[in-house]
Design a protein around this ligand. Sequence first.
Ligand code: HEC
Length: 174
Amino acid sequence: MAVKQGWGRVAAFAAMTVIGFFPPALQSAEEPVKGEDGKYMTSEGAPTYHVGSDSTVDWYTYSGYRRYHADCHTCHGPDGQGSSYAPALANSLKTLTYEQFMDVVVNGRQKVGVAENQVMPAFGNNQNVMCYIDDLYVYLKARADGAVPRGRPAKREDKSKIATQNEDSCLGRS
Ligand code: HEC
């Protein structure tokens, strides 16, 4: 018994040491890092949104809002709220990873075995979607996290020169 207690204490101490080894900043989610193109990235290398203390959103969140309402809202409803036809992406992105999101948008998806034919088209060959895939993702992620309200973001960061260059080359304009 005494030995057991002793090991228990050692184990607890070891666990505390391991946890204590990491400074608090590393335990919580790290602040996203802003790249030269104005895109914020998580420590895992996925694009993400940024909302300033005065509600200014990053360029990509704003752009994603516009792209979403050009190519996705007809099926998925305004502001990612969903419709009777297609799921609420503001809900889906609570669990879908960046990779899973990419996969569905590139390849499309079709529910098998249901009466209604609910089809998510494949957008892999649509440059008006693929050139803005990160924009769409960060906007919908911001909606899923409740970081931006419904509607057009009122204040946004300026578009960077590099973002313009990347867009032009993706669209084959340069
Ligand atoms: C023609 C209608 C239509 C359009 C346009 C459309 N979708 Fe979809 N989408 C669907 C349907 C229907 C589903 C559900 C398919 C299923 O369950 O297999 C779906 C599913 C998805 C999913 C998976 C959701 C989940 O919960 O797993 C994502 C992500 C998605 N769509 C993203 C987009 C994006 C981004 C756009 C715009 C570029 C878009 N969709 C445009 C019909 C559409």
